[in-house]
Design a protein around this ligand. Structure first.
Ligand code: TYD
Ligand code: MG
Length: 472
């Protein structure tokens, strides 16, 4: 056996070093490298390729039945998991402290307990604390098996028999401890070893395993990459603690689509499902205010309308401020540059603030046009019509590009009482070419081919542009 040498592992990205150093060369983080036990050495014969048994190969076609799903009866959670829980699947639920991970999973257990064996193992709270929470959520009498434990060997031993459990929650994986790895709980090695042992028993015994994972300051789970690769599904629970909305987002799913979201509202009695997120995100919108624009977005398979707010104010600073909440700041800078260069607006002496109302985070490029409309509206003081939705991607030459799922966006907008849509011209041309009926959504469609088309919707903008509108 090779001599065991010390090993230093970056707690952020998992890169290994032979010596300690202040900065990780792999992820450029400072002070993330800690000493850990050496990696396990392969037993003799494993790497040589000798002495193995030949494995049986099977057809790709198989029996053709999709894995059976167990419904949690929390529709939003089922949706994000791809339509219910799969036996033997490992699901990582990540999120900031206090966002509601324990609440969500305890509720799921409470509901599932009626027709399945649920085990809830907490390494963070005392049993009484969990009981108190269950009482508050209205599941005091649910048949959930509860335990406070952190030793993975004990947990595996208790679960490693047929029918021991159908659903197991480990809250959280960072508090778990395995005596086969001799580094402290929470380190990459420990998290990896514990998760590995738990996932193995879940696959062997066919129960669904939920692992709660903490998110570090930088927004990733401690020991993140390692864990994300090991599990079948990665869900992030997001939201602003100042808001009552919580969004459960699938970022990886071996059993369903990713980018699916579930929307919840945190109330006194726990998490409540939000069945119509658009109505919720638009609930506090005030019509006819400059700088506000409704974006018709798609989250996963579902259309979500959300208000984008912009504020453009004269700046006293040499370098004006650009602040964004809920969107990508690099993308905002790009849109500003395009509007300056291709639309003739001069934002140079102005601070710009952009906010996606309701605490949602948008990553779709289709929001470009809505951001542009909000900015022009804020700059000119003219409101975007209160009954308009906007979507489209903007390119560097100022052109508005087509985006996917146009009909779904229009349908949702019509459902919520909007009367017009500002959208890419190409999308309409393409639809016409396919002989599609454009009027079926009932919305008046305004074609946007270029950012200047957006600007021409605002009466006061013409005087602000520092060049004449040319053909484009
Ligand atoms: P929790 O599930 O403990 O968060 P996590 O496990 O992600 O750290 O959520 C705790 C927060 O939720 C806490 O700030 C209180 C709030 N909360 C409610 O508002 N209503 C409730 O019914 C419950 C149980 C918690
Ligand atoms: Mg918790």
């Amino acid at each position: 056996m090779a001599k065991a040498t010390k090993s230093f592992v970056c707690q952020s990205c998992g890169a290994a070093y032979t010596r300690w150093q202040g900065k990780c060369d792999s992820c450029n983080e400072w002070n993330t490298i800690a000493e850990e036990a050496p990696r396990e050495v392969m037993p003799k014969g494993v790497s040589g390729g000798k002495g193995g048994r030949s494995i049986a190969f099977v057809d790709l076609k198989g029996t053709g039945t999709p894995p059976p799903r167990r419904s949690t009866t929390i529709g939003e959670l089922d949706r994000v998991c791809g339509g219910g829980l799969v036996a033997g699947a490992a699901i990582l639920v990540g999120g900031d402290p206090g966002i509601g991970k324990s609440t969500l999973l305890l509720e799921a257990c409470g509901k599932l307990a009626a027709h399945a064996t649920c085990v809830y193992i907490t390494g963070e709270e005392a049993v009484d604390q969990v009981r108190l929470r269950a009482q508050r959520l209205g599941y005091a009498n649910a048949n959930v098996k509860l335990a406070a434990a952190t030793n993975v060997r004990d947990i595996v031993a208790s679960l490693d028999e047929a029918g021991a459990a159908d659903v197991v929650v480990i809250d959280s994986i960072q508090t778990m401890f395995s005596d086969t790895a001799d580094s402290a709980p929470g380190t990459v090695t420990q998290v990896r070893t514990c998760a590995h042992e738990l996932i193995r028993v879940a696959k062997r015994r066919g129960f669904t395993l939920f692992l709660v994972g903490h998110v570090t300051k930088e927004g990733t789970l401690a020991g993140p990459r390692v864990l994300e690769h090991m599990v079948d599904t990665v869900l992030y629970f997001e939201g602003d603690r100042g808001h009552q909305f919580r969004i459960l987002r699938a970022v990886k799913n071996r059993f369903g689509p990713t980018d699916e979201i579930g929307v919840f509202e945190m109330t006194d009695g726990g998490l409540k499902e939000v069945l119509n997120p658009s109505a919720l995100f638009l609930a506090e919108r005030r019509g006819n205010v400059s700088g506000s624009c409704v974006f018709a977005g798609i989250e996963g398979t579902r259309p979500v309308l959300v208000e984008i707010q912009a504020l453009v104010a004269p700046s006293a600073l040499g370098t004006p401020r650009r602040a964004v909440v809920g969107w990508d700041s690099a993308r905002l800078n790009m849109i500003i540059a395009v509007m300056e260069a291709r639309g003739g607006l001069a934002f140079g002496a102005h601070d710009i603030y952009l906010n996606v109302a309701g605490g949602l985070r948008i990553s779709e490029p289709a929001a470009d046009l809505a951001v542009a409309a909000a900015l022009v509206s804020a700059f000119s003081g003219d409101p975007v019509p209160a009954d308009a939705v906007v979507f489209g991607e903007i390119g560097l030459s100022g052109e508005v590009r087509a985006v996917a799922q146009r009909d779904l966006r229009l349908k949702e907008a019509a459902k919520l009482g909007f009367h017009q849509a500002w959208m890419p011209r190409q999308a309409r041309d393409a639809a016409k070419a396919r002989g599609k009926d454009d009027t079926k959504s009932g919305l008046a469609l305004k074609d946007m081919g270029h950012v200047q088309d957006v600007m021409s919707q605002f009466a006061s903008v013409a005087g602000m542009q520092n060049f004449q509108r040319g053909g484009h």
